[in-house]
Every structure is written in C-alpha cells, then in structure tokens.
Ligand binder design. Structure first.
Ligand SMILES: [Zn+2]
Length: 356
C-alpha cells in the first residue's frame, strides 16, 4: 500500500485518468490519506513531463535544499529551475542551543548557496525563527538577537518562514517580533500557515500582520488551499501554494485554483524538505497546466514571475543573475571545500550508465 501511494504521488499529477481513481476532497486535504486508493496499472506508465515545458524556466520560492541531494539539484536544473528561495525552518528535531541556529543560518547564506551555484541555480534565502521552535522561549529570545545579523546579508530576500504551528502564545509573541524586524529591514515576510486549524491560523496571521502595519503586498502567505485562497487574495496578500504529496495541495487541485482565480498574486512552490516531497513539483505542475490548456503566460506568472515580483521587493534579486546563466565550473571551491569528492571529475552526462 505504501509503495502504491508513492507511485501515485509521483505520477498521478500527470495522468488524466488518475482523476477517476483518486478522489482528492477539495475541502479536506488530509482526506486522501484515509481514503481507499485503488491502483490503476496505467499510472505506473512513465509520463514525460519534460516535453510540454521544454524551454521554460522556473523559480521555486520555497524549498529546503539543505535536506536534499546533489541529484536533486541536477534534476531541478535539467527541468528548468533557475532560481530558488530556501526559507529558514526547523530541522525535524528541536535544536538545543544558539550555536546550531547560527551555523544553520550561516549555511543558508554560505555553503548551500555555493552548492546550488554548482548546478547553475541561483540560491536566495529567507531568515527567521520558525513557529515550532518559538515555543522554546529562552532559546527563542536568544535567536531573536541573532536574526538581525543575518537579515541584512546579501541574498536574504525576506523574513521567513514565520507564523503559527500550534497557535500558542509563544508563537504569537515571536511572530509579532519578527514582523517588526521585517518592517525595520524593509523585507518581505514569508508566512508558514499551520496544518491544523489552517483557516483560523491563516486569518489570524493576516490580521496580526495588518495590525503591525505591514503592507499586504509585502507579505507572502504560504501553504494555501481552496479554503484560504479567496480571503488571502481579497485582502491583497500574495497567495503561495505548496504542491506536496497528500498532505497539502496536489497539483490537479492547483490547476483548478488557477482556472478559478487566475494567475494574479498566486505562486506555486515545492516546499521540498527532509520528508516525502518532490523538488520537481513546479515543473510537473507547469506541465500539467500546459496539458490542461492554461495559457502559457498564466503558467509563467504562477511558476516564475510572481515569486520574483514579490521577493524582489527586498532589493536583493537581480534577474540577470539567472536569466543569462554563466558557465558552471564544478571545480570551484567554497572556503576551500568543493562538491566534488577526492579526485572526482565534474559531472557532465547524467544519462551515461558508466559511473566514473
Ligand atoms: Zn518550509
């Protein structure tokens, strides 16, 4: 059963017939997990999603590359992803001291940016204290002291991802403090909305941002679904959607959202991290949109341009950096370190069966 689900999560988005097999409840994203999933053998047939999007370029405004491999970087580059934003997040288990926060933020503006450059992908990040770890108040207080040291660094395009998880008092306290930091630094805010009580958490996040005097045009509300999108757009915020197998939005549903609401202020991301997720979610969704007849210009807006327009308000994005890519030289080093292991040659042809 587990394997069947994995296979479906990878292929269903691009197989029309799968619509009839898997029913995604529009109002309850977790519903698909509980439902009996019948497997149609046709979904096992590989579908070429690269052909419909040939020549297109993509910007993923939410992906946690620290948790991903060089194979992912290569596949992303091959699929047309030219630039990404890596929001500061938690690591799957709570950090126990300030030094690990500092090292993590340093890696987002340092080693990870270098690693990405070795595959021709421009890497930006947002810096923030995530909502889960806001609940360790003594440590969170120290992290708040650290944030301004990173928020003003080159390539930092926002404060994020911040907001609510369990919607506790501590989460609210540090969310508010970071909104003030964003205002002071004149940076966009990237809001993580909670998976539980999403609608309430999203409304509360927006109300607090407005209370602090933030311009909704400087705030990207993430992890939207059909329940939250209308209110987010009506209030003038950017609405980001995470294409995430089973737990958030599947990309069939994403196509329907764009059909219903159009492309204005909507952006798609993968939020790929250390869990089951798909770093190619954006190119696959773009391919599905092509196959479903969404106008190319609308696809470009939701998979590329809107994210740039929103985060370029930081003053940190120069599109020339990824629209006219320079030569990749995998023999470069960062503080003396390289992505190549001792004696390795830079990768040239990933299709070769010979590994040397
Ligand atoms: Zn995230």
């Amino acid at each position: 059963m587990y394997n069947a689900r994995c296979t479906i999560s990878a292929l269903a988005p691009i197989v029309h017939r799968a619509l009839y097999i898997i029913h995604f409840s529009l109002m309850n994203p977790s519903h698909a997990q509980e439902e009996e999933i019948r497997v149609d053998e046709s979904v096992h047939e590989p579908v070429d999603f690269m052909t419909p999007i040939k020549g297109m370029t993509f910007f993923d405004p939410h992906i946690h590359m620290t948790s991903r491999t060089t194979d992912d970087y290569q596949a992303m580059a091959d699929a047309g992803i030219v630039a990404i934003i890596e929001p500061a997040f938690w690591l799957g288990q709570p950090r126990t001291g300030l030094a690990t926060f500092k090292d993590y933020y340093s890696s987002l503006v340092g080693w990870e940016r270098f690693r990405s450059s070795q595959f021709g992908i421009k890497h930006y990040c947002t810096i923030g204290l995530n909502s889960r770890e806001a609940n360790n108040e003594p440590l969170a207080e120290q992290v708040m002291e650290l944030l301004p040291l990173f928020a003003y660094k080159e390539g930092v395009v926002g404060i994020g991802e911040i907001g609510f998880d369990d919607q506790t008092a501590a989460e609210e306290k540090f969310y508010r403090a970071q909104l003030e930091l964003a205002k002071e630094a004149n940076l966009p805010v990237q809001i993580h909305t909670p998976h539980r009580n999403k609608k309430e958490g999203t409304e509360r996040s927006m109300a607090i941002a407005l209370e602090h005097g933030l311009d909704p045009g400087m705030v990207i509300v993430d992890h939207n679904n059909e329940e939250t999108v209308k209110s987010v757009l009506d209030k003038g915020f950017w609405a980001a959607f995470t294409i995430y197998p089973f737990t958030k939005m599947g990309n069939e549903r994403m196509v329907a959202v764009v059909e219903q609401y159009g492309p204005e202020r909507i952006m798609v991301n993968s939020a790929a991290d250390w869990g089951i997720s798909d770093p190619l979610a954006i190119p696959k969704t773009a391919a599905l949109m092509m196959m479903r007849g969404i106008p190319v210009e609308h696809i470009r807006q939701v998979t590329y341009q809107n994210a740039i327009d929103a985060f370029a308000q930081s003053g940190q994005i120069n599109v020339a950096d990824f629209e006219s890519p320079s030569e990749i030289d995998q023999s470069q080093t960062f503080n003396g370190n390289t992505i190549l292991r001792g004696g390795q040659q830079p990768r040239r042809d990933s299709k070769s069966i010979i590994i040397n």
